[in-house]
Write a protein that binds this ligand. Structure first.
Ligand SMILES: CC(C)(COP(=O)(O)OP(=O)(O)OC[C@H]1O[C@@H](n2cnc3c(N)ncnc32)[C@H](O)[C@@H]1OP(=O)(O)O)[C@@H](O)C(=O)NCCC(=O)NCCS
Length: 165
């Protein structure tokens, strides 16, 4: 299986926020942002693997600025690192006031997708080629997060008296 470059799967997804995406004050629901973020991440994961994927995990995230009806919401997704069957995708969410051109950061998140074969079982994905210094830094940081998640899961399993995976 040939390795793929980071740029081969990067994607930008944009959508204008409509009244049905908001509460009565015109603020966009967090769930709407999460759906678009998840879709953008899944597209990047599918482009890298050319397989169907499921979301296995979403790391903690904060909404740092609101989004309003009429704003353009943009999610930029990029594969940071891959394991055997899993992929960490970083997604940056921005909003734009289309009348002024003002753009602001809304949220950022790391999602883990798992690639599945025709039987619905996790299956191997291509290796990721991190070529630029920024891509190599993101890969190294993703590997550290993977280790921290593994430790956190093991501690949680132990506290519940379960066997860790
Ligand atoms: C994701 C899923 C397929 C993993 O199945 P599994 O039997 O636990 O798979 P494995 O233990 O073989 O792990 C497969 C890979 O996924 C990773 N993984 C699985 N669950 C994970 C989690 N919660 N967080 C991070 N990584 C996870 C493993 O580390 C492993 O990575 P690697 O192959 O790169 O080393 C399964 O848990 C599932 O179907 N979950 C529901 C997904 C879904 O429906 N999402 C939509 C939300 S409703």
């Amino acid at each position: 299986m040939d390795a793929k470059r980071v740029g081969d799967s990067q994607v930008t997804v944009s959508q204008v926020m409509m009244p049905e995406d908001t509460n009565p004050s015109g603020n966009v629901h967090g769930g709407v942002v999460l759906r678009i973020l998840d879709e953008a991440g899944a597209v990047a994961a599918m482009r890298h693997s050319r397989l169907r994927v499921v979301t296995a995990r979403l790391d903690e995230m904060s909404f740092v600025r609101p989004v309003y009806v009429g704003n353009l919401l943009t999610c930029k997704a990029s594969v940071n690192d891959v394991g055997s069957s899993s992929l960490e995708v970083g997604v940056r969410v921005e909003a734009e006031d289309l009348t002024t051109g003002d753009t602001w950061h809304v949220a950022s998140a790391y999602l883990i997708f798992v690639a599945l074969n025709a039987e619905g079982q996790p299956t191997t994905v291509p290796r990721l080629l991190a070529e630029t210094p920024a891509e190599q830094r993101r890969m190294w940081e993703a590997q550290r997060r993977r280790e921290r998640r593994r430790q956190a899961d093991a501690e949680l399993a132990e506290s519940r008296g379960e066997a860790a995976k």
